[in-house]
Design a protein around this ligand. Structure first.
Ligand SMILES: Cc1cc2nc3c(=O)[nH]c(=O)nc-3n(C[C@H](O)[C@H](O)[C@H](O)COP(=O)(O)OP(=O)(O)OC[C@H]3O[C@@H](n4cnc5c(N)ncnc54)[C@H](O)[C@@H]3O)c2cc1C
Length: 462
């Protein structure tokens, strides 16, 4: 008999007023007993909508059935037939819009905690697995992957499983892309990302860090070196700004720079680590996506007394994952919705305050969201010394500037055939944020998988 409880089994978490002073993971994960109990809430539907909601097609009811029986390693095997990074996806996927958003248990009550179960299974495997996967026999086709984010890692893993000689070229000194330099430790522990990268390494994938393709070597040169296919998974790391007066003052950060200083360069351990992250008592974060939530919650942990999320639309339009918004509110982040910054004022070159205006929502715009309109006479000022801009990112222009024959959109996204992820340049494929603009981990993984399939189809016939 399924467990008909309307609520998910609760996952233990650090209390908000404790966790907003440390960088340890907020959610602690299920125990075996909790996972087995939650798994019994799955109705094992004949036509599982959850699976259709998963961009990489994880066999969800099948793995949950194994969790319910206590066969956790079997559940892991099932998940990893389709998803190479389950510990990551279980933590950061927007499940409410994907698998859990489609779960029939969600029509009345809460959906099955699919993300929590995926996380449990992956963590259980990491704690108990004794053997790493071993490389399969080489087929002597060479493939280069540019970028080690979820798109690149997935493409690399899928091809290595088929015997391809895969080399990943990564610009930074660490592998993992946004998973290491963007998403904070309290949401996604870095040793866990490293373990998932290690699993891909164990398949025989070679990683070369500190290689900026376009500067250290070009795509044409990689082709001359005998790489028969190249996958570009370089992400969208170029920050957008509001273009308001004062954005060049000291104390204004792009969210990516702020988070990189903290995550990758241990800014929170300054001066033991040589990367300073200066913040004032009051911090304003502009934007309300996942990046903005991460920046705001990080600022709080660095000691800011008041942290504002300043967003020009309303609660309904907030693009961040529901869980992140909930956690941010619990941690004391103040949401200034329907508010648009208009100017940042400075003193001696440093931020002193931010001028804002209240907004109201008009008719829907081209994006389908209601257009924010300025409310006359509603101007006000927030005294602040730190402004973090988190209003979106675009692909870095380096690859497009150094790769003749690679067609891109006017905003920088690489143009691909959506089925094969082939670009306009022979032998070059692309996927993830470099194609779509800033999106999600699972969509980047889905693109990496599609490209791997197309590369295999092209090269295995030669
Ligand atoms: C702060 C933050 C929080 C987020 N939170 C979530 C979340 O909760 N859930 C979710 O699903 N998504 C989230 N996202 C979005 C998600 O992380 C991205 O959509 C995803 O990482 C894109 O994967 P990717 O592989 O395309 O690119 P990336 O992860 O950006 O990886 C690209 C890699 O390519 C490397 N690179 C770039 N240029 C070159 C070059 N020329 N040569 C060599 N290497 C290069 C970069 O250094 C990087 O390592 C978040 C993003 C950010 C910034």
């Amino acid at each position: 008999m399924p467990n008909m409880s309307l609520e998910k089994v609760k996952m233990p978490e650090q209390a908000p007023d404790i966790r907003n002073h440390n960088f340890e993971e907020v959610a602690k994960g299920y125990t075996k007993e909790m996972a087995m109990e939650e798994a019994t809430r799955c109705l094992n539907c004949k036509n599982p909508l959850c699976k259709k909601g998963c961009p990489v097609g994880v066999p969800i009811p099948e793995f949950i059935a194994e969790v319910a029986k206590g066969n956790f390693e079997k559940a892991y095997e099932i998940i990893t037939t389709e998803n190479a990074l389950p510990a990551i996806c279980g933590r950061v996927c927007p499940q409410e819009n994907q698998c859990e958003g489609k779960c029939v248990r969600g029509f009345k009550g809460e959906p099955v905690g699919i993300g929590r179960l995926e996380r449990f299974v992956a963590d259980y495997h990491m704690q108990h697995a004794t053997a790493a996967p071993s490389p399969v026999a080489a087929n002597h086709h060479k493939v280069a992957i540019i970028g080690s984010g979820p798109a690149g890692l997935t493409c690399a893993g899928e091809l290595a499983k088929k015997g391809y000689e895969v080399t990943v070229f990564e610009a930074l000194h660490k592998t993992g892309g946004v998973l290491v330099y963007g998403i904070p430790e309290f949401r996604l522990p870095k040793d866990l990302v490293q373990k998932e990268v290690d699993t891909i390494k164990a398949l025989g994938v070679d990683f070369e860090t500190n290689v900026v393709v376009g500067r250290s070597i070009t795509i044409d040169e990689l082709q001359e070196q005998g790489y028969e296919a190249i996958f570009v998974g370089t992400g969208a790391g170029l920050p957008r700004f509001q273009n308001i007066p004062g954005e060049n003052l000291n104390g204004v950060y792009a969210a990516n720079e702020f988070l990189t200083r903290v995550n990758l360069m241990k800014g929170y351990e300054f001066p033991q680590h040589p990367t300073p992250v200066k913040i004032s008592d009051t911090v304003c974060v502009i934007g309300a996506g996942n990046v903005a939530m991460d920046a705001a919650r990080t600022a709080k942990r660095l000691g800011a007394k008041e942290v504002y999320i300043v967003y020009r639309r309303g609660e309904q339009e907030i693009p961040a994952r529901a869980e992140e918004v909930h956690h941010a509110k619990e941690e004391g982040i103040i949401f200034k919705l329907l508010t648009n910054p208009t100017r940042i004022n400075g003193e001696d070159g440093w931020v002193k305050s931010m001028e804002c205006v209240e907004m109201e929502l008009g008719e829907p715009d081209a994006s389908g969201r209601r257009r924010p309109i300025k409310k006359e006479g509603s101007e006000f000022t927030i005294e602040t010394g730190t402004v973090i801009v988190a209003i979106g990112q675009s692909p870095n222009p380096l690859i497009r500037q150094t790769t003749p024959g690679l067609d891109t959109q006017s905003w920088g996204g690489i143009i691909v055939d959506e089925e094969t992820m082939k670009t306009s340049k022979e032998g070059v494929y692309a996927g993830g944020d470099a194609v779509s603009g800033a999106a999600t981990v699972i969509l980047a993984m889905g693109a990496g998988k599609k490209a791997a399939k197309a590369i295999d189809e092209a090269l295995s016939q030669q």
